[in-house]
Write a new protein. Structure first.
Length: 431
């Protein structure tokens, strides 16, 4: 297993502004400028023993959104390996609720399965999620390392001004920093890809190929994950065998776990086992009882997922799980998000991002990687939402002027007081 693992949620965003007395700039070799010390509030801590209904609704909605988007994406990938990060897709969209106009805000919340809660509720939920996911509970122990790190960023064009309200909210609740770039320069692509590479330990480096001339923004989140199994598989017990897939059989290396105290469940849909990590969390593996894996994933809901865990029990048994490594790039993310009701892809619904113009998401990119072996799991993903405003002046098409019919002429000269001074006018009806 690689010693690192990354789940990155990435989005590129255009806009930048802050008072000189509250921040300073740091210029990098590629010409980008980082706003490095915007003051942020502390992340919100959960009130242990008390569940906040709004936070619970937002978190539940994020999971429901994850299953809906997964089901939509696999429709065109029947029989193929598949991996993507719904949280990477969700988090920047949650942040963009703060920039959506009044008409689209409620539609966006509904598409994120967050109807019934407010923009402020969603921000607080995101902050508490970050605290829960990234807080080091046992930092005094030498052996402990935090398996999950989440980093957000906004890349902003040098010619526009990020609204201070959004910049502060993005920092306070999403820990989003701001980086100023020139989207008209190839260096902008290098800057964004370098940021992605640095925050994924080099796993995802070249997702962005170019920015169009109309690009004004892109909003980004990076998640880094690395952990080992709480009960590791023994490499000496791994054996080669056959895997029977939709396209036929193939060779695979199967890891063996055999013994008691395995968290397991079975119903008419699937066998389910929960593989825990040393520092919390885990991997749920579901083997269909009938039908395809695509059908099983498409049928998943947050309620069913929770029921599976709550009904699982410690059991003795044998697990054979193949080592696997999957990498794919999602080219149709924008289309599937639009089908799910995300209202940010046309018009100019993002009125709260920059001072100079309203924006829309012009493209959405995603790439994900996962590796599973005897030691643990490594996973990485990058999501990029490219944002633009009006397209601006377009290059002139070659013109054709054929004076084969009557035309007008004006003869003029220049004077100091009057500028262009008309001397003759005329029409040519017959040369």
């Amino acid at each position: 297993m690689r010693k690192v693992s990354i789940f990155i949620f990435f989005c590129v965003f255009l806009a930048f502004s802050c008072d000189p007395d509250s921040s300073f700039e740091k210029k990098d070799n590629d010409g980008s400028i980082s706003i490095v010390n915007i003051t942020a509030k502390e992340l919100l801590k959960p009130e242990y023993g008390k569940i906040d209904p709004a936070v619970q609704a937002a978190a539940t909605g994020a999971n429901s959104f994850a299953f809906k988007l997964s089901a939509a994406l696999i429709k065109s990938r029947q029989g193929e390996n598949f991996v993507f990060s719904p949280y990477s897709v969700w988090m920047p969209l949650a942040a963009l609720v703060n920039a959506a106009d009044a008409q689209k805000k409620d539609l966006l919340l509904a598409a994120l399965d967050a109807s019934g809660i407010t923009q402020d509720d969603l921000n607080e939920a995101a902050s508490r999620m970050l605290y829960d996911l990234t807080n080091v509970q046992d930092e005094g122990r030498e052996w402990y390392h935090n398996p999950l790190k989440i980093v957000n960023a906004i890349f902003v064009d040098k010619n526009v001004t990020l609204r201070k309200e959004f910049a502060q909210t993005f920092m306070d609740f999403y820990r989003g920093s701001s980086i100023n770039v020139d989207f008209s320069s190839p260096d902008a692509v290098k800057t964004v890809n370098r940021w992605a590479s640095e925050n994924t330990n080099g796993l995802i480096a070249d997702l962005v190929k170019e920015f169009s001339p109309s690009t004004m923004a892109a909003i980004a989140n990076a998640i880094y994950f690395s952990d080992k199994w709480s009960w590791e598989f023994s490499p000496t017990k791994t054996e080669e065998g056959l895997f029977y897939g939709p396209s036929g059989e193939s060779k695979a290396f199967f890891m063996l776990r055999q013994g008691a105290d395995q968290l397991y469940y079975k119903d008419e849909n699937a066998q389910v086992i929960w593989l825990g990590f040393r520092h919390g969390g885990g991997l749920c593996v579901m083997l269909p009882e009938s039908g395809s894996a695509e059908e099983l994933l498409s049928s998943m809901t947050n309620n069913y997922f929770n029921d599976l865990y709550q009904n699982s029990f410690l059991a003795e048994g044998k697990l054979l799980l193949p080592r696997f490594s999957i990498e794919n790039e999602i080219q149709d993310l924008k289309q599937n998000l639009a089908l799910l009701g995300i209202p940010l892809f046309e018009g100019a619904p993002l009125t709260g991002l920059i001072e100079e113009a309203s924006l829309f998401i012009s493209d959405a990119l995603h790439k994900a990687i996962i590796e599973v072996d005897e030691e643990g799991v490594t996973a990485a993903a990058v999501t990029v939402y490219i944002m633009a405003g009006s397209a601006g002046p377009q290059p002139n098409k070659p013109f054709e002027m054929i004076c084969n019919r009557p035309f007008v002429f004006i003869l003029y000269d220049h004077t100091y007081d009057s500028g262009r001074q008309i001397l003759f006018t005329g029409i040519v009806n017959k040369p």
